[in-house]
Write a protein that binds this ligand. Structure first.
Ligand code: CS2
Length: 498
């Protein structure tokens, strides 16, 4: 596309990018497909695609381009597919530092985008192609369809049942991936690595349980082949990547000089620590800043229990206090004290940090990252899908506190704030829409029940349901009552242990 006649250049017009915008250091037209990614959201575009993009600039790496797959039907997904196609899947990433520094680069690693509902046959065909050696995914914490209490894949899920029944093209990631593995096995094509990039403890193990659970229900022989040949590395992913609405997109384009339909902003910090178990090869990600380790557990614990856990602890009361951005909420001294108290007293003493990672340094860096005003990161994004996030981010800390008799005040206050925030109106009366994709209407109504303990039946709390704790229940109910009677701030001081 030509830049003439436009004030701004489009991202695929790489020969005419505005000053200060870096182009891919390779020719996107020469890149082949080695990776298929499910869930082409902002985080994937700022993280995995960013690292792969760096690899593509290196000699011998041109076979590792990515084709994205969207599973959702509907106008929004169609629009996104059109936007990707219109700019050859190129887009700009603005990396923003807390001190105001910015760098803008055009990312070219995604080389195609398939909207599965529009062409469901194309997805297994692509996945069965021998050139595809990694299938990665960001399908959210709740997307693996695992029962938190049993750790088993849930076969009673309607879409899973339909995919297992066969007769129609799949609609779930499990149906697509397992179908493709069946074809690869039948055709004598080797396996691919299944790489989860979600914020889960042992995300590879969770993915393994999910895909094997599906495969066993479909064909035990195939499941045994997958178990023997497919690898599911665990990885810790980290980069704060806010949602981009039209106003933010406009500001990003105004600053970059681009005319990008899909611009993106992320913090300048980024990290990816992965176990090096790739059954069909991988890009030279170590050259691009990815850290390979034999065991990722310590890194995950520190990240999920500190960063993600304090993110939601800030979000729920922050939303109730009518804040909308993370940096604003953190500037509230009471909320900052809550997060610090939680990290210092509840999390850090119980953490097994990996060598070289000092939790106090990490705490300071997390707070610095949260306070980055250039992120304008949305509390509703962070608080969204709280039901799944609580299970992943808080469970271990709550279990430890319940079993070692620790202080429960911060955590009880956080849970109380979550349940109050589920009601969709902040304490100044401003309504908002909480996003809870895994809860049905009856579950959501539990947050309105007169009995303030009734909502503790929600799945968010399944992870520690086996440890009966009247003390925790009482503390949560008291904090909820206080939030309603004396307001969030006073309740925080009285019941949040501050
Ligand atoms: C956030 C994450 O949505 C959330 O729960 O905590 O998206 C967070 O921004 C990333 O994990 C940062 O790596």
């Amino acid at each position: 596309m030509k830049a003439e006649g436009r004030r701004h250049a489009e991202p695929d017009d790489v020969s005419a990018l505005p000053d200060g915008v870096s182009a891919p250091a390779y020719d996107p037209a020469t890149i082949g497909t080695g990776i298929v990614h499910f869930g082409v959201g902002n985080f994937f575009r700022a993280h995995e695609a960013f690292y792969v993009d760096r690899c593509l600039a290196l000699a011998g790496q041109h076979g590792w381009g990515i084709v994205g797959v969207g599973l959702m039907a509907g106008g929004r997904s169609e629009r996104k597919a059109e936007q990707f196609a219109a700019q050859d899947c190129l887009y700009s990433l603005t990396e923003a530092a807390p001190d105001g520094g910015r760098a803008v680069r055009v990312i070219g690693a995604p080389r195609g985008y398939l909207l599965a509902p529009a062409d469901p046959k194309a997805v297994p065909d692509l996945l069965a192609d021998p050139s595809v050696r990694i299938v990665s995914m960001t399908i959210t914490e709740g997307g693996y369809n695992i029962d938190e209490t049993t750790g088993e894949f849930r076969l009673d899920h309607a879409a899973v049942r339909a995919d297992l029944a066969g007769g129609a093209p799949p609609t779930t990631i499990f149906g697509y991936v397992v179908e493709a593995l069946a074809r690869r096995r039948a055709a004598g094509v080797g396996p691919f690595t299944v790489l989860s990039c979600d914020n889960l403890r042992h995300n590879g193990d969770v993915a393994r349980a999910a895909f094997l659970g599906f495969a066993r229900a479909r064909d035990p022989d195939l499941a045994a082949w997958i178990e023997a040949h497919v690898t599911f590395p665990n990885g810790m992913v980290d980069r704060i990547t806010p949602s981009v609405d039209d106003a933010i997109a406009g500001a990003l384009n105004a600053a970059s000089g681009l005319d990008d339909a899909l611009p993106l902003v992320a913090e300048d910090f980024t990290q990816w620590v992965v176990e090096d178990r790739f059954c069909a090869g991988r890009p030279a990600l170590e050259e691009a800043g990815v850290q390979f380790v034999t065991d990722v557990t310590g890194y995950e614990h520190v990240k999920v229990r500190m960063l993600n856990a304090s993110h939601i602890l800030l979000a729920f009361p922050g939303i109730l206090l009518d804040y909308r951005q993370v940096d604003e909420a953190l500037r509230d001294p009471d909320l900052a004290r809550l997060v610090n108290a939680y990290l210092e007293l509840d999390v850090i003493p119980r953490l097994d940090a990996p060598p070289g990672r000092d939790p106090q340094d990490y705490r300071r860096s997390v707070l610095r990252r949260f306070s980055n005003p250039a992120m304008a990161d949305q509390l509703l994004r962070i608080g969204g899908d709280g039901s799944s996030k609580i299970q992943v981010f808080w469970t271990e800390t709550v279990r430890c506190a319940l079993s070692d008799g620790g202080d429960l005040r911060c955590i009880a206050f956080g849970i109380a704030a979550y349940l109050e925030a589920l009601r969709g109106v902040d304490e100044t009366g401003v309504p908002y829409t909480p996003t809870e994709p895994t809860l049905d209407a009856a579950q959501l109504e539990l947050a309105e029940a007169e009995d303030l303990g009734a909502a503790l039946a929600l799945p968010a709390f399944d992870g520690w349901r086996d440890i009966q704790s009247p003390a925790l229940t009482d503390a949560i109910v008291a904090a909820r009552r206080a939030i309603r009677d004396i307001g969030v701030r006073a309740a925080l001081v009285q019941y949040g242990g501050l």
